[in-house]
Write a protein that binds this ligand. Structure first.
Ligand code: HEC
Length: 162
């Protein structure tokens, strides 16, 4: 390669590298600032439960399926998103007669039926405010504390439907 051409290449590379580094260094603090802003605006801070709302939404909607029982169904039999987690009657009967079968799964979205500590206790131990387990078909959850807190934060982030 001609020395002059090599020099030009070298110059080109060092200029590009300088530009790239400048961009990275100026973009980095900006990204950090944006991230902390996003955290500030995230709903968990409005909800005040300290849990991660997005994680709670994932657990409620895709793992624990709370909406299958706690949401009324529309005419197609699907959970009605306009009354999401607002309480529903239980559409199933036990295969054996059971006079103690629950008739409804109460509202849990918006204002949960118990305070944070009792909600977390239910989801981590299965024990409700009565000191007893809730009746089947309510699952006996044994979530990890962080997951339970996330679920509570998500439930509180919802707007109750009147
Ligand atoms: C398979 C159906 C089903 C699923 C899934 C389900 N529940 Fe329930 N849940 C019930 C039933 C039925 C009751 C009423 C139990 C009773 O009266 O003993 C209940 C009761 C409750 C209560 C007590 C409410 C009150 O006011 O007494 C809470 C809180 C609750 N569920 C939260 C949840 C959460 C949170 C999830 C998901 C993480 C969930 N449930 C998933 C059926 C379900």
């Amino acid at each position: 390669m001609h020395p002059r051409l090599m020099y030009r290449r070298l110059a080109f590379f060092s200029i590009s590298a300088t530009i790239a580094l400048t961009l990275i260094w100026s973009g980095f603090p900006l990204a950090l600032a944006q991230e902390s802003n996003a955290k500030k605006n995230a709903p968990q801070h409005q909800a005040g439960a300290g849990g991660d709302v997005a994680r709670g939404k994932y657990i409620v909607e895709s793992v624990a399926m709370c909406g299958q029982c706690h949401t009324p169904r529309d005419s197609n039999g699907n959970p009605d998103r306009s009354r999401w987690l607002q309480g529903a009657s239980i559409p199933w009967m036990p295969s054996q007669p059971d006079s103690n079968w629950p008739l409804s799964a109460p509202r849990i979205g918006g204002t949960p039926p118990a305070d944070d500590a009792d909600m977390v206790k239910l989801l981590t131990t299965g024990v409700w405010t009565t000191g007893d387990h809730l009746r089947f078909p309510m699952p006996q959850f044994r979530m990890e504390r962080g997951d339970a807190e996330a679920v509570v934060a998500y439930l509180k982030s919802l707007t109750p439907v009147q």
